[in-house]
Design a protein around this ligand. Sequence first.
Ligand SMILES: CC(C)[C@H](C(=O)O)[C@@H](O)C(=O)O
Ligand code: SF4
Length: 466
Amino acid sequence: MSATTLVEKLWDSHALRADTVDADLVYVDLHLIHEASSPQAFDGLRLAGRAVRRPELTLAVEDHNVPTDSLTIADPISRLQISTLRSNCAAAGIELFTLGDRRQGIVHVTVPERGYVQPGMTIVCGDSHTSTLGAFGALAFGVGTSDVEHVLATQTVAFDRPRSMAVEFTGVPPAGVTPKDLALALIARIGANGANGHAIEYRGPAVERMSMEGRMTLCNMSIEAGARAGLVAPDEVTAGYLRGRPHSPTGDAWDRARRHWDGLRTDPLAIFDRIVMIDTSGLQPYVTWGTNPGQAVRVDDRVPDPAAFDTPAARAAAERALAYMGLEPGTAMTDIAIDTVFVGSCTNGRIEDLRAVAEVLRDRRVASGVRMLVVPGSMQVRAQAEEEGLDRVFIAAGAQWRLSGCSMCPGMNPDRIGAPSRCVSTSNRNYEGRQGPGARTHLASPATAAASAVLGRIAAPGELSR
Ligand SMILES: CC(C)[C@H](C(=O)O)[C@@H](O)C(=O)O
Ligand code: SF4
C-alpha cells in the first residue's frame, strides 16, 4: 500500500469515492449545529418531508446570538433565531446546550471540552471555524447551509477531496510568542488565500510541545489562511486531554480507542502537495494592521507602505485597508491608540488564554477610556476561571467578566462596537465592519490584547514584563 497522509487516511475511511461526479460522499460521525446557520436547513427538510436521519449524532449549541450579560434575549432577531433552534431541536430529538446550561458555550469550545471530539472522526458544522476540532486528529470542516440540510437528511456530505499541505513549526518560540502568533505569522507569510483548497497538517517540535488549547487555536485559524481544514496527529497530549472527559471512552473502549489513535499519523514517506517551514525561535508577537488576517506584522514593527507590496492587487488592498483602518504608513504599531479590547471567541476563549490575560492584568488597571470584555469560550471555562480566581483579577483591573458566547467576534449580538472604535481582539476575522459598522479590528494574542488594554495602545506583552 502506498504511503498516505493523515488526511488521506481519514478521508479514505469515511468517503465513498465518486467516479462519475465531482465530489466524494463523506460519512459524518458528528454533526454540530448552531442558531445562525441551521434554520433554513430545517426549513428545507420540512419542505421536502424528510426527517433528521441520525439525531443522536447531532448536537446543537446556542452561541452566536446570545447576550453575554444576561440570560434574557432582548433583541427580537436573536430571540427568533434561538427559539427557532429550540423548536427544531425539540421536534427532531436533538440534544441542545441552551443559554443558562452549564454546557453552553461557543460550539467549537464546549463540544471538544466535553470529550465528544475524538481522533479519527469526521465532524462537520455549518460554521467555518469547525476546523478548530482538527486539533484532535479529526477531519473537521465547515459546510454551507444547504450542506447542513444534506447532513441532517443523510448523515453524509458531498465534498471535494482537499489537497494536502504540511506546515512544520520548528524551534522553541520565545517568551510571549503564542500559538495565535504562530498562526498570524503563517498567514502573513502565505497570505489569506495561501492555503486555498488544502487541508493543513501542523507538525514539528513546536506543535508536539503545544497544549490541546494551543493546537485548537492554530487549527481554528487555518480557515483564515484559506484552508478547508487544519489538523494535528493525535499523541500523548491528545490522550491526556481526553482522558476522563464526560464523553470520552472508558475501560476497554478507551484501550481500543488508544490503539486506533496510534495508527492515525502520516506515513514517513507520504507526499504532501505543499510544505511550509517556519522556525518559531525567530518569531515575535504579531498583530494585524489591515482588514484581512494576512495583513499582519510584528508588534514591534510599523504600518507598512502600500508602495512596498509586489503586485498592483496587493498595493490596492493595502491602500484600501489603511484608509478603512485610519492608519498612516510608517506609524509604529505600538503608537496606535485603542479604546476597546475583546478577549474571547473560539480562537482564544479557552482557559489557557484567560490565564495568560490574568497574568498580565494582575495588580494592574485597564487604561482609562478603554473598554475591555473578557468572555469565556464556554460556561465550563467560566467556572474553571472562577475556581482559579481569574474573574477577580479581571474585575479588579476594570474589565467586564461575561457569560459565554461569540460576543464581540461577529457583531451578531448586543456585544457590538461602532465607529470610530479601535479594538484589539483575540478573535480571527478583521474584515470591514466585522465587529460592528465602521469598527476597526486588530487581531492579536490574549497576552498582546491584555498588554494593550493596560497601556491604552497596541503593546507587546514584553513591554510589561515583571
Ligand atoms: C455565522 C457563521 C456561519 C460564521 C462562520 O461560518 O464562521 C461565523 O461563525 C463567523 O465566524 O463568521
Ligand atoms: S466566536 Fe467568532 S469565529 Fe468563532 S464561531 Fe463565533 S462568530 Fe464564528
